[in-house]
Design a protein around this ligand. Structure first.
Ligand code: FCB
Length: 447
């Protein structure tokens, strides 16, 4: 960021956080992930999502925390296995729970964004073929339709599917998520089936909203990476990078854009891959992903590459032709020594993209809390707020206070001296923001 550069966000821009049901709620034994995590060796450290962050019982505390941090939006998901325990039997108490959750957000002035499907399936769907089942589009669209009927008066922004590309890859090719398969053919079939599901969900959700007189906007949260050949001089690396780009980044997102079946375009952006063709990586489609030598990486070894978010926005804005939300962006950083700079540098990319004319409406940081990170268990710490999973105590990290300060000021200052704002940000937590209705001193975060 250049010295003296000041970046401002529009008044309507939504600063928020993101979570998903399985990763934070706890207490749902009926999902495929609950069963999978119990199989030895599936999840690091033998962790399970059984308790997660106990948000099922603590959502009011968490919403209060979001409000205190001046958040204007929050992306959350509904646990399919909780609301439809048996085929076609929807539990009214579960819908009531989600009505309470959304109501709490609205009462706190926080705009909710609801994801219908975030990776997990009810066990009964998994047993009927899961992502490969011919029934999947019909089952998911029925669930989505019921969700809009039950919650459509409380939520305008809806995501059909979270990262269908990542789900198909991890579940059916890399084999580290249920049902732990390693079949390129299955991965392609799952991916295509998820596209059919999205199309059916999009239509069913709009029809349901129309019948009830609700106005909703529906999109997909696409996982988009920057993909480059590791060795430009090697044809095989270039070919594999192009193939990965096409199958992973492009296929689903392009199909959605071409079909016009979306009202906004969700971007989940984390990192860049240098791609190498590798005979030793047959299981992963002969693809080896590397980070540039000497690059700064997160606790999970992912390269920190903020410029990539700018590239992704520039690449997809002309194709998407609908407003964009950053539906996820974050870092595993237990010490919180990288997150402040990560946050500011990625937000700066968003602000610059807006200046270039890209219609980005909001940014949801992954994540509000340290949650259950799938096969990695509770080890990676993505939370702005630290969670002690033994006591469920929540402690906002300095980066949470910094983010609050940025959200309150709606701008980032550049003084060329790195992050100086983290310490001075503590005042934000005292409640001076638009969301919590108290005074705004206009202080911004130096970047
Ligand atoms: C994304 C997932 C999300 C979380 C982050 C770290 O791929 O959508 O659930 O695990 O990665």
């Amino acid at each position: 960021m250049g010295v003296g550069e000041e970046l401002r966000f529009p008044d309507t821009f939504l600063f928020g956080t993101a979570t998903s049901a399985t990763q934070v709620e706890g207490h749902c034994a009926q999902s495929d992930w609950a069963a999978f995590a119990r199989e030895p060796g599936r999840v690091r450290g033998g962790d399970t999502p059984d308790a997660a962050c106990d948000q099922l019982h603590r959502f009011r505390e968490d919403v209060a925390l979001q409000a205190r941090l001046c958040m204007g939006a929050h992306r959350l998901s509904i646990e399919w296995a909780r609301v439809e325990r048996e085929p076609g039997e929807f539990d009214p108490a579960a819908w009531d729970h989600y009505r309470d959750v959304l109501g709490a957000h609205l009462d706190a002035g926080i705009t909710p964004m609801v994801t219908v499907h975030h990776f997990t399936l009810p066990r009964w769907v998994a047993l009927r073929g899961g992502l490969l089942s011919q029934e999947l589009p019909a089952l998911l669209s029925r669930f989505a339709e019921r969700a809009v009927e039950a919650l459509g008066d409380l939520c305008q922004l809806w995501v059909t599917l979270n990262e269908p590309n990542m789900l198909a890859l991890q579940a059916h090719l890399v084999g580290v998520w249920p049902p732990a398969r390693s079949s390129p053919v299955e991965a392609v079939r799952a991916h295509q089936n998820l596209f059919r599901a999205h199309a059916a969900m999009y239509r069913a959700m709009h029809e349901a909203a129309g019948r009830r007189g609700h106005s909703i906007e529906v999109g997909v949260a696409h996982h988009l990476r920057v993909i480059e050949p590791d060795r430009f001089g090697r044809l095989a690396d270039r070919m594999w990078a192009a193939l990965f780009e096409r199958l992973f980044n492009d296929a689903f997102a392009r199909a959605v854009c071409d079909s016009g079946l979306h009202d906004f375009f969700g971007v989940n952006y984390y990192s860049r891959d240098l791609v190498r063709f590798s005979a030793a990586h047959a299981r992963a489609g002969f693809l080896r992903r590397l980070v540039p030598e000497g690059a700064e990486v997160s606790d999970l070894g992912w390269e920190i590459y903020p410029e990539g978010l700018g590239y992704v926005l520039d690449a997809w804005w002309p194709r998407a032709r609908v407003p964009i939300y950053i539906t996820e962006n974050g870092i595993a950083d237990a010490d919180d020594d990288q997150r402040p700079r990560f946050l500011v540098r990625h937000l700066a990319e968003v602000a610059r993209a807006i200046e270039r004319g890209v219609d980005v409406r909001g940014y949801m940081h992954w994540s509000l809390l340290d949650g259950f990170e799938w096969a990695e268990g509770y080890a990676p710490r993505f939370g702005l707020v630290e969670v002690d999973h033994a006591t469920q105590e929540r402690s906002p990290r300095p980066s949470a206070e910094l983010y609050a300060r940025i959200a309150r000021a709606r701008r980032i200052d550049a003084d060329g001296a790195g992050i100086a704002g983290a310490a001075g940000a503590a005042g934000a937590a005292r409640g001076a923001c638009g969301t919590c209705g108290t005074s705004n001193d206009g202080g911004a975060a130096p970047a």
